[in-house]
Design a protein around this ligand. Structure first.
Ligand SMILES: NC(=O)c1ccc[n+]([C@@H]2O[C@H](COP(=O)([O-])OP(=O)(O)OC[C@H]3O[C@@H](n4cnc5c(N)ncnc54)[C@H](OP(=O)(O)O)[C@@H]3O)[C@@H](O)[C@H]2O)c1
Length: 397
């Protein structure tokens, strides 16, 4: 590995929840020998807690400054972020980003630019905040035969769902507002509650765990906005807890990828993961199941992952993406059976081609079915597209 200059001079893009969090943790980690040289933001009229001379509104002030050797990209605009990150890499700077949308939607291009330039792009904070999942997949699980990586990867939805299971729940809107107030929610909450954010992270996990580059559009994705107190009460009767589950699973040479609500069994370690906490469960041939748990959102926890990447750059660390080079990578295949719970109208429920129906409940408070269906058939059913229908998988463990 090469060595980087003793002092890291950082050009920081973005001074919001994570940018300010990073600034704070850097100042509380003096041994790191890293300083923020310049901060690029967007809004000229916003009050800032630092002198105006710390800021610029021109990206070139950072991207063309030869003294800046590390660019940290913490903005909330994936298009602008691609321009910043790709230019910084081409200008020979190492880059750290927390932007999962950027990484998930432009991964192949970012891989190509890293290969062409030899510059390093790290993005631990993009997936599960403070949990060190990417570097573990790259290094620790390099040789172990992973069969499944799943977990709770979105802090906002976990916070909302935790609140909805409380007897004193103030309802969906109040739980979302509280998550936004605490700085967990993305600036556009649709990304969180419709599971786009979880799909982005699922895409990133798939690349590092199984060596496949997929589009987030290939993930079987559905959000939590249609969940009702009725669904929560049925889950509780079944001794289950509703979570938003991300799962990448090998089935022979096929790989299924989903980001869907799930009725997790209360005995599963994932059921007890509350509020903005995230968890990733890894199942591998020799190590069996392991669980990584940590805060998945918020300024401090996310900044800690960014800080870890900055520290790793000091000794020339880069992702090697070894699994992307394997001779026969798995192929995306959603022709696999899943157990599901679905609550909705008769028309929507009958549009799902169940192979087995275990429960068909009809009452004045609603109709729901618990049964088995092929994941790809569920994905293309009219019920899956209906915003009022609530669909959740029933994991076995
Ligand atoms: N919040 C979390 O818990 C969390 C967790 C994991 C990952 N992330 C990721 O971290 C990144 C930052 O999130 P955040 O929550 O810190 O966002 P945020 O609080 O909304 O802050 C965004 C910052 O980006 C700046 N900005 C936007 N467009 C810009 C541009 N074109 N050039 C320069 N600056 C620009 C804004 O400038 P102004 O100050 O001038 O408005 C603001 O300072 C996102 O990619 C997000 O997905 C966030």
């Amino acid at each position: 590995m090469s060595t980087t200059p003793a002092k890291q001079r950082i050009g920081l893009f973005g001074f919001g929840v994570v940018g300010q969090g990073l600034y704070d943790v850097l100042h509380r980690t003096p041994g790191l020998q890293a300083e923020v040289s310049r901060i690029c933001v967007k809004d000229r009229f916003k009050d800032r807690p630092l002198p105006a001379s710390s800021f610029t509104f021109h990206k070139e002030d950072i991207l063309t400054d030869p003294h800046i050797n590390v660019v940290v990209e913490l903005i909330d605009d994936a298009e602008a972020a691609f321009d910043i990150v790709s230019t910084a890499l081409r200008n020979g700077k190492s880059v750290v980003t927390a932007n999962k949308r950027l990484v998930a939607t432009r991964l192949q291009e970012l891989l190509d630019i890293q290969r062409e330039t030899g510059s390093s792009l790290l993005y631990e904070a993009s997936t599960c905040g403070s949990i060190p999942i990417i570097r573990n997949l790259e290094e620790y699980y390099d040789n172990d035969m992973l069969s499944r990586v799943e977990g709770i990867v979105n802090g906002t939805t976990n916070y909302i769902l935790t609140a909805l299971h409380e007897p004193s729940s103030g309802g969906y809107a109040s739980a979302l507002a509280q998550a936004q107030k605490l700085g967990f929610a993305e600036s556009d909450p649709t990304l969180d509650v419709e599971a786009f954010d979880a799909a982005f992270k699922t895409t990133i996990i798939a690349a590092h765990a199984f060596g496949v580059v997929v589009s987030p559009l290939q993930i079987v994705r559905r959000g939590i906005t249609s969940v009702t107190p009725f669904d929560i009460s049925i889950a509780q009767q079944q001794l289950r807890t509703i979570k938003l589950l991300s799962r990448v699973q090998l089935h022979g040479s096929g790989l299924s990828l989903l980001a869907l609500p799930a009725l997790t069994q209360n005995t599963s370690p994932l059921a007890g993961v509350r509020n903005e906490v995230n968890a990733v469960r890894l199942t591998a041939a020799f190590s069996d199941a392991q669980l990584l748990v940590g805060k998945g959102a918020g300024g401090g926890p996310t900044a800690s992952a960014v800080l870890s990447d900055i520290a790793a750059l000091r000794y020339g660390y880069r992702y090697e993406y070894k699994k992307l080079g394997q001779a026969s990578p798995p192929v995306v295949n959603h022709d696999v059976e899943v157990a599901i719970y679905v609550r909705g109208t008769n028309d929507q429920i009958t549009s799902i081609p169940f192979s087995i129906v275990e429960v068909d409940h009809r009452s004045s408070s609603g109709r729901y079915v618990i049964g088995h269906v092929q994941l790809d058939a569920l994905h293309t059913s009219p019920a899956f597209l209906d915003p009022e229908t609530f669909i959740a998988i029933l994991p076995e463990d």
